[in-house]
Design a binder for this molecule. Structure first.
Ligand SMILES: [Fe+2]
Length: 207
């Protein structure tokens, strides 16, 4: 999916944009004002040690495929999302400044939902909907290799499976967890992929 050309000053109109595009890949220049801060997150992610005993031997790629999605839909609402990742408890210096910036451009309250996740090689988060927390989701990710990791979702209207590959470097994506209906999505990585995620309640419009 190409980047959707919207200016950061129009970010607050994001719900209109998401009506047409279930996933919005935001232009990388949006990150310019916080570039130095987020570059400072990298050495923190890189200093995390992955405990050997959390490693599992499953084929992550299979768990983010079509038949895994069918299995998850059939099993719903049982939540047994399989995953292989590490959620860190790190502090990220300057993250409050980033959050203020996002809150300003989207004109919404913003709450961190993940405090820093590392997907190692063959890391993944299986198909799930997050339907317990409807609203907008913003994800800042970093991949250390070109197109070796991705965010994948099922278009809620066409039911087509769409894969959004990561380029090397930082990316900012936004999508909506609907109040009614489901936004099935998953993540796979065959490189080091780091992510931070935020929730923005739709009703928190602070214009
Ligand atoms: Fe999710």
């Amino acid at each position: 999916m190409p980047h959707i050309k919207i200016d950061a000053k129009d970010a607050f109109k994001i719900e209109n944009i998401l009506n047409e595009n279930p996933l919005c890949e935001l232009p990388s220049h949006w990150l310019n004002p916080v570039e130095e801060i987020i570059d400072g997150f990298l050495p923190i992610f890189e200093s995390i040690e992955f405990p050997m005993d959390t490693k599992i031997r499953v084929d992550g790629n299979a768990l983010v495929g079509d038949s895994a999605l069918n299995d998850s839909i059939n099993a719903f609402p049982i939540r047994n999302t399989q995953k292989y990742l590490l959620q860190s408890k790190c502090k990220f210096p300057g993250i409050e400044t980033c959050e203020r910036y996002f809150s300003e451009i989207f004109k919404r309250s913003i709450y961190r939902t993940s405090n820093g996740v590392w997907y190692p090689r063959n890391g993944f988060m299986g198909w799930h909907t997050n339907n317990n927390l409807p609203g907008l989701r913003l994800y800042l990710t970093y991949a250390d290799e070109m197109e070796m990791s991705f965010f994948r979702y099922m278009d809620p209207v066409t039911r087509k499976i769409i894969t959004s590959f990561d380029k090397k470097g930082w990316a900012l994506r936004l999508f909506c967890i609907p109040q009614d209906g489901f936004f099935w999505h998953c993540v796979y990585s065959d490189c080091n992929r780091y992510s931070l995620g935020w929730h923005m309640p739709v009703s928190s419009n602070i214009i």
